[in-house]
Design a protein around this ligand. Structure first.
Ligand code: CTP
Ligand code: MG
Length: 340
């Protein structure tokens, strides 16, 4: 009685929906956890501004955009220095070394400085709370994409629980590690936004296609989008899909509908693009473009570039496993989120 026509039977959907909503709820950080993270941020901000008096310090990533999942999020901190330009990676690396020494001296644990990374970063742990922190320098695009994601989150209340479930699934199934050829949390968030934009009745608009009310330029990139969240809050009302239907649609899309040889996912457009249009048709150096997810602002950045043939097969196997469980299993949740 369960066929693959893009829908699941309504009766099992209701049960599944209640269970998923409960799980998503339990994944949301508590007020105490949020307060502890903000306290850690303020402490780090004080350390940084004591050393760099003219600097601004920003919080970005999931703690700032409302898409964090308990026990598996880090604190993303950006140190903004006026004297370093957006494309000065060497300059950022030198600052990272200084920040690493500063954090070491302040008693942070497990300090690891990566001054030569594409985005130079200092990683450490706040000893008493165990909060993991990443400090980057002049990572302004990340601060702006954090605002974009926060605005999407504020427009559509189903985005945060969908993201929580997908991030939890990806972590459990060991497909959330860009250093090992799978996808970053940020990439999974873009995939969730894209899904909501491209439902038969869209649940999210493409904010970069609306008349811009927010504008910033970072190096060569112009970041423009509509940030009138208040007036867009009812946008998804005509779409009445439940959380379970959206979770099913997410996995069904990546298992059976996405065309891996032609398609590029673009939340900027709110639609698929063709790889030809981006010139992402062949491998250049380490950029393979086997799974293509366009960054909303840094348009040459394919978030799927870390994926190779072997890890694409792993990802596709996991998407298919999830979709098949949702379609066929009586009670799919334990298996769906089982540790790999
Ligand atoms: N980011 C980015 N480009 C990437 C990866 C990350 O611009 N390739 C920025 C985004 O602003 C993102 C932030 O860095 O929100 C943090 O990335 P990440 O930790 O992957 O995402 P989170 O949503 O913070 O995930 P988690 O809850 O697992 O920390
Ligand atoms: Mg993070």
């Amino acid at each position: 009685d369960r066929q693959h026509d893009g829908r699941l039977p309504k009766a099992s959907m209701r049960q599944l929906d209640a269970a998923l909503a409960m799980l998503a709820d339990s994944l949301m950080p508590t007020q105490e956890e949020k307060a502890a993270q903000l306290q850690a941020f303020e402490a780090i901000r004080s350390l940084l501004t004591a050393r760099y008096p003219g600097a601004r310090v920003h919080l970005f990533g999931s703690v700032a955009n409302g898409l964090s999942v308990r026990h598996n999020n880090d604190l993303d901190v950006c140190l903004e220095l006026g004297e370093i330009t957006a494309d000065d990676t060497a300059g950022k690396g030198e600052v990272a070394v200084v920040v690493g020494e500063l954090m070491e001296a302040a008693g942070m644990s497990d300090v690891l400085t990566l001054p030569k990374a594409r985005v130079p970063v200092v990683k450490f742990v706040v000893p008493r709370t165990g909060t993991k922190v990443d400090v980057t320098v002049n990572n302004l695009l990340a601060c702006i994409n954090t605002k974009l994601l926060a605005d999407y989150c504020a427009i559509e209340p189903r985005l945060a629980p969908l993201v929580a479930l997908v991030k939890h699934w990806a972590k459990q199934r060991a497909v959330n590690d860009p250093y090992r050829g799978t996808l970053s949390s940020y990439c999974y968030v873009l995939m969730c936004i894209f899904l909501l934009q491209t439902r038969p009745v869209p649940a999210l608009p493409a904010l970069q296609q609306l008349p811009p009310t927010f504008r910033r330029t970072v190096g060569q990139w112009t970041c423009e989008f509509c940030d009138e969240v208040e007036s867009l809050r009812g946008f998804g009302a005509a779409n009445n899909e439940s959380l379970a239907e959206l979770v099913w649609a997410f996995f069904e899309y990546w298992a059976w509908r996405h065309n891996y040889s032609h398609d590029v996912i673009s939340i900027r457009r709110g639609a698929c693009m063709h790889k030809d249009e981006k010139d992402w048709t062949r491998r250049i150096g380490n950029e393979r473009h086997l799974v293509c997810i366009e960054d909303p602002f840094e348009l040459t950045h394919d978030l799927g570039r870390t994926v190779d043939r072997q890890t694409r097969a792993v990802l596709h196997k996991e998407f298919t496993r999830a979709a098949t469980l949702l379609r066929d299993a009586e009670d799919p949740l334990d298996a769906l989120f089982a540790p790999y």
